[in-house]
Structure formats: structure tokens, C-alpha cells
Design a protein around this ligand. Structure first.
Ligand code: CA
Length: 228
């Protein structure tokens, strides 16, 4: 029986989730604030977390961030805001999926089933990965360094992953779904805004800064890396 930890401060929602999940045959534990939730997640080794974003004591983002140092347990975030920056931040902190409140319980159950099925694998750069150089841009998977000419760029892990993927699949159009699957690593059923947001970050840090054009938008398909 899979064990699910629900970290949610709104008691009505927590109670509702507890009953529904029990009804589905899961073993359920709940926590009403971020600090307690983090402790239970670390001590109780649940199989999955349903984690509210807005929590007292410790925010959902912070719980996610701290937990990821210790564990790769699947995390589905609940967010009250339909704000892409919150979702992006949560996903960047290592959440596997998110749902915006109010949500249909059937949809959450479906996503829980998907998350529990997914093999938990830590993605690492292949041992013999070589530095990828295109034009002035170079990416070193051994130490995650990205340089333009001699200059070292400050990229977040997700920006790095996205750039590396695009560069190693250069000169062909890559769809948003492909990027989500390979970089965010979850079966994605919602909007694909998160990819566009990160493409904007990369363009800001590379194209705009150095006056080059690397990431092209292929309308209604996705993106293509090609150095001009
Ligand atoms: Ca809340």
C-alpha cells in the first residue's frame, strides 16, 4: 500500500484529501504546517507528497527545496494562485507536478497514479560527456559550466539542462512536450508555459546579452537551437 503524506493547512481540504485517498486504498498521513510536514516527510519515508504551496512555519517551496537534498520522493504541489512564476519556482525546486486549486479530485488521483508509477531515477550527466561547443558558446556537462567566449555565465540548473538539451539536439525542432519530458521529467498534462518562461530566461542571458541569435521559435512546434 502506497503511503501519501498530505501537507496542507486548510483543514477542510486536508480532511477531504485524507478521506478520498483512504477511499482509494492509500495509507494517508497529514501535516498542517510546513515544518511538521518536512519532519514527517523525512522520518516517515512516504511514497508521495501532496504539498500545499502556502503554508505556515515553512512555505511549500522551502519544504520542497529542503526535502530534495535528502529524497527524490514524488511531490505534487497544490497552488491557490494561477501564477506561472509560483509553478515555475515549485517545479524548479524539484516538485514533479502541480495542481491549481480548486481542482477535481479525479484529476489529482490520476496524477498521483502517474507519479507513483514513474521510476525514480536521478538524472546525471553521462560519465564521458564532452564539452559541447557551438559558436562562442560552450557547455561542460562535467561541471555544469557555461561560457560565452571566456565569460562564465550564471545559469540555474534548469536553464542549464534546457540549454544543454537544445544544443545537443541542434538544428532540429524540439517540441515543448519533448523538453518537458526530458528536462522536467514528468508526464505533463497542463499548460506548457514553463518551457516558454525558461526560454525567455535563456534568451535574456545569452541572445540579448551577447547580441546573437541562438534559440529560434518554430511556430506551433517548439524551439530550435541554431547559432547565427
Ligand atoms: Ca495553504
Amino acid at each position: 500500500m502506497s503511503k501519501i503524506l498530505v501537507i496542507e493547512d486548510e483543514r477542510k481540504i486536508a480532511r477531504f484529501l485524507e478521506l478520498e485517498l483512504r477511499h482509494e486504498g492509500y495509507d494517508v498521513e497529514t501535516a498542517g504546517d510546513g515544518r511538521t510536514g518536512l519532519e514527517r516527510a523525512l522520518e516517515g519515508s512516504p511514497d508521495l507528497l501532496v504539498l500545499d504551496l502556502m503554508l505556515p512555519e515553512l512555505s511549500g517551496i522551502e519544504v520542497c527545496r529542503r526535502l530534495r537534498h535528502e529524497s527524490d520522493v514524488p511531490i505534487i504541489m497544490l497552488t491557490a494562485k494561477d501564477d506561472v512564476s509560483d509553478k515555475v519556482m515549485g517545479l524548479d525546486m524539484g516538485a514533479d507536478d502541480y495542481m491549481t486549486k480548486p481542482f477535481a479530485i479525479e484529476e489529482l488521483l490520476a496524477r498521483i497514479r502517474v507519479a507513483l508509477r514513474k521510476p525514480r531515477a536521478v538524472k546525471e550527466a553521462p560519465a564521458e560527456a564532452e564539452i559541447c561547443r557551438i559558436g562562442q558558446l560552450s557547455v561542460n556537462p562535467a561541471n555544469y559550466e557555461v561560457r560565452f567566449g571566456d565569460e562564465l555565465l550564471q545559469l540555474t540548473k534548469k536553464e542549464y539542462d534546457l540549454l544543454y538539451y537544445l544544443m545537443t539536439h541542434r538544428d532540429r525542432a524540439v517540441t515543448r512536450d519533448e523538453l518537458l519530458e526530458n528536462i522536467w521529467g514528468y508526464e505533463y498534462t497542463g499548460d506548457t508555459n514553463v518551457v516558454d518562461v525558461y526560454i525567455r530566461y535563456l534568451r535574456h542571458k545569452i541572445d540579448e546579452r551577447f547580441g546573437v541569435k541562438t534559440i529560434q521559435t518554430i511556430r506551433s512546434v517548439g524551439y530550435l537551437f541554431s547559432y547565427e
